[in-house]
Ligand binder design. Structure first.
Ligand code: PMP
Ligand code: GLN
Length: 400
């Protein structure tokens, strides 16, 4: 066989950090705060609706755009932000947000186009841009006080005549930043001034804490017609394995995305679609409780990490909190992340794998707090050992 087998544009993407860290955590029996998935189930009513659909015959291909009751529920759900979509022509159900992102890039960008991504960026963005044959231009979030913020000048400077689209993720994985209305306004201005398409990843839309507010970019003046809004059920209803996502946009954009999507999976999750329709219509009180519980978990883990010696950035949303490893004497968080499961029995994810500037982000680890309290407590207890083990790997409390 001709070597290499994998085409060059996909060679940087052979495995995901989440799969690798989860495998390492399993091998070492570590507490897995690496991959972001909850360890409890979603609302019982949603699970019952899925069971009923499974035993009620909903086991063949759903319609290409998604089951009508799910599209109607998605449309109603978006009205909470003041945005209105026609469920028949402006909504497309996808295999998770991941497929929605890939299909959008495949349909809307091509070789010669540039796509702006904001770093650190969710890992699938770079791979999906590469699959489309386009190239990415990266704008780094910058520290603004104790928050990671959008640098408006850097964003403006990243636009070239080849720029076709910008990918915007808020609430932001991995930093927990929730873009403010003024940051979103800058993005909207840049899109309108340069005739760009915005592709928004809003999978953590319900997981915002304290006084933060999720504002969809499409709800800003002039943006509905040029924004592909993407979300999914996994994070909102604790069902990351179901992979039910969706796209909301004007008919031309939805039709374009559908052209790509229909040849990726065509459809998926037949009996799960009515269950998510049920959840969107009837389980938002449950989601509100989830949000409150997650805010407390964020506080629990952040406090524990501080007590273990890390400096911790505030997280305004998502499942994640970022921590600086330097106060513990470490300089290389990526190296530490690979050793952490073996050394102290906890898995985390190095943030620099989500960037094009690994050296600038090499002091940051991402920890997931979407876990039961006893799991978080066990992780914190184990992480306390890090201060005594230190960068040399020698446990002074044991050898002394
Ligand atoms: N975007 C972000 C920012 C994510 O964290 C994730 C991971 N859940 C996804 C997209 C993928 O979502 P889905 O599982 O619905 O494909
Ligand atoms: N979104 C999850 C995270 O950021 C992981 C999803 C995946 O494993 N692809 O941890």
């Amino acid at each position: 066989m001709r070597e290499p087998v994998l085409v060059p544009r996909l060679q940087p993407f052979t495995s995901t950090i989440f799969a690798e860290m989860t495998a390492l955590a399993a091998r070492t029996d570590a507490v897995n705060l690496g991959q972001g998935f909850p360890d409890t189930d979603g609302p019982a009513g949603m699970l019952a609706a899925a069971r009923d659909a499974l035993f009620g015959g909903a086991n063949q291909y759903p319609p290409g755009p998604g089951r009508p009751e799910l599209r109607a529920a998605i449309a109603r759900h978006r009205t909470r932000y003041g945005t209105h979509y026609d469920p028949d022509i402006e909504i497309l159900v996808t295999a998770g947000a991941t497929e929605a992102i890939a299909a959008s890039l495949l349909a809307l960008t091509q070789q010669g186009d540039e796509v702006i991504v904001i770093e650190p960026y969710y890992d699938s963005y770079a791979a999906a841009v590469a699959m489309a044959g386009a190239s990415r231009r990266v704008v780094s979030l910058t520290a603004d006080g104790d928050r990671f913020a959008l640098d408006a000048d850097a964003l403006r400077a990243a636009v070239t005549p080849a720029t076709r689209a910008i990918l915007v993720n808020s609430p932001h994985n991995p930093t927990g930043t929730v873009f403010t209305r003024s940051e979103l306004t800058v993005i909207a201005e840049v899109c309108i001034e340069n005739d760009l398409i915005a592709i928004t990843d809003e999978v953590y839309e319900h997981l915002v804490f304290d006084d933060s507010e999720h504002v969809p970019l499409a709800s800003l003046p002039g943006m509905r017609s040029r924004t592909v809004t993407i979300s999914s059920a996994g994070k909102t209803f604790n069902c990351t394995g179901w992979k039910i996502g969706w796209v909301c946009a004007v008919p031309e954009l939805v039709s374009a995305v559908k052209a790509a999507k229909q040849f990726l999976t065509f459809v998926s999750g037949g009996p799960l679609q009515p269950a998510i329709a049920h959840a969107l219509e009837h389980e938002l009180t449950w989601v509100e409780q989830l949000r409150t519980a997650l805010a407390a978990k964020r506080d629990r883990l952040s406090q524990g990490l501080r007590e273990a010696g890390f400096t911790v950035w505030p997280s305004a949303g998502t499942y994640f909190v970022c921590a600086d490893v330097r106060p513990l004497g470490f300089t290389n968080a990526a190296e530490l992340a690979w050793q952490l499961p073996e050394r102290v029995g906890v898995a985390a994810v190095p943030v620099n794998v989500f960037t094009d500037h690994p050296e600038e982000w090499n002091h940051v680890l991402r920890f997931a707090f979407c876990k039961r309290d006893e799991v978080l407590d066990e992780a914190i207890e184990r992480l306390h050992r890090l201060a005594s083990v230190g960068p040399s790997g020698v446990d002074h409390t044991r050898t002394g």
